[in-house]
Design a protein around this ligand. Structure first.
Ligand code: XIL
Length: 336
């Protein structure tokens, strides 16, 4: 019987995990090598961290993750080339401190993509080229970010074109969240099909998969994957986690009782059911789902501890705060 996520699910999906340099030593490195076949840099390849000033790249963290992947024969997903967050302010400012114009911003985006994609050509097999460009607002299609307001919607197609030129072998993804919401989903599908019709090199859709114990329901996840696979494009689940805070408590401020009620046995069971349902439905669409990446290694460190509410401990992963497999892990493997 299987003794790791990669051995249990690897025939269907590449199983991955988001990491920072600190995860790549000690017990956490051991767990990663035991369990996973792929890495995504949690922050290290984003524009802010890797390109803090116009002519200055900070490769240290990204290089250490790439070196670990090469050394251990792991796959590597690149994340992400163009996003409205963790973007350095110099990109949108000219040398006099005034707002940069369209041609300057696009030139900088081009340089950035060429340099970063070029550097990791040998090891990154898939890039999240554009991240979260769709608006969550009802009736609004694209997110009103500086990218859009300065460059117009063409920046999206150009980013894919430039990534393709820098590495013709890389699989290029459009990546977004709230994919389980049918309105958001239609906009994501509208974007990727528009790009496809224009002949833009987009090779897949990344579904972040930041979910909760009670959302999506199996019916909603099934409808979601049915709609996305109807585009004909392969999918990857790029940032999977299952928050123990139910949908209706997601944005609620931290409560004093949270530390006692966050991860009770009842929550553990609900989370286990949610993971089981998700993987059952992923299995149904296995021909179209290439990879599943968890967003962080274990409950010891999860980005959800500070999002959407600061300092509220969450327990969204398959390994606990001591890096030991949770009940959900064992049950998932039994049903793999
Ligand atoms: C998050 C990281 O996990 C945090 O460490 C960082 O402070 C903010 O970004 N969607 C994405 C990821 O595409 O890049 C985000 O990662 C989580 C949401």
């Amino acid at each position: 019987s299987a003794n790791s996520l990669q051995s249990a699910f690897g025939k269907k999906f590449t199983m991955g995990v988001a990491v920072g340099p600190a995860d790549l030593s000690g017990e956490s490195a051991k767990l990663i090598l035991q369990q996973f076949g792929s890495l995504t840099p949690e922050n290290a390849m984003k524009m802010g961290p890797v390109h803090p000033r116009e002519n200055e790249y900070n490769w240290k963290a990204a290089d250490s993750i790439a070196a670990f992947a090469r050394r251990h024969g792991l796959k590597l997903r690149g994340h992400t080339l163009c996003w409205h967050q963790q973007v350095p302010s110099w990109i949108f400012t000219d040398n006099t401190g005034a707002p940069a114009n369209r041609s300057l911003v696009l030139k900088r985006l081009h340089d950035h993509i060429k340099t970063v994609v070029g550097r990791y050509r040998d090891i990154v097999y898939a890039w999240d080229v554009v991240n979260e460009a769709i608006s969550d607002a009802p009736g609004e299609y694209l997110r009103n970010s500086p990218w859009l307001s300065i460059c117009g919607e063409e920046y999206i197609a150009l980013a894919f074109q430039w990534a393709h030129e820098a590495d013709p072998d890389a699989l290029l993804f459009y990546n977004d969240y709230n994919e389980i919401d049918s309105t958001k989903r239609s906009k994501i599908i509208r974007l990727v099909t528009t790009l496809q019709k224009k002949g833009v090199p987009v090779h897949g859709i990344g579904l972040q998969g930041h979910w909760a114990i009670n959302e999506p329901t199996p019916e909603i996840l099934d409808a979601c994957l049915r709609d996305f696979t109807a585009t004909g494009l392969p999918l990857q689940i790029t940032e999977l986690d299952v928050s123990v805070y139910p949908k209706e408590h997601q944005a609620r401020s931290a409560q004093p009782s949270d530390s006692k009620t966050a991860f009770t046995p009842a929550k553990a069971t609900a989370q286990q059911e949610q993971y089981l349902n998700c993987f059952r439905i992923f299995g149904k669409y296995r021909q179209m789902i290439q990879a599943i990446t968890f967003w962080n290694v274990s409950d010891k460190h999860t980005w959800l501890d500070n999002f959407p509410v600061r300092n509220r401990k969450d327990y969204p992963l398959l390994f606990d705060v001591n890096l030991k497999p949770k009940q959900a892990y064992h049950i998932l493997l039994q049903h793999a």
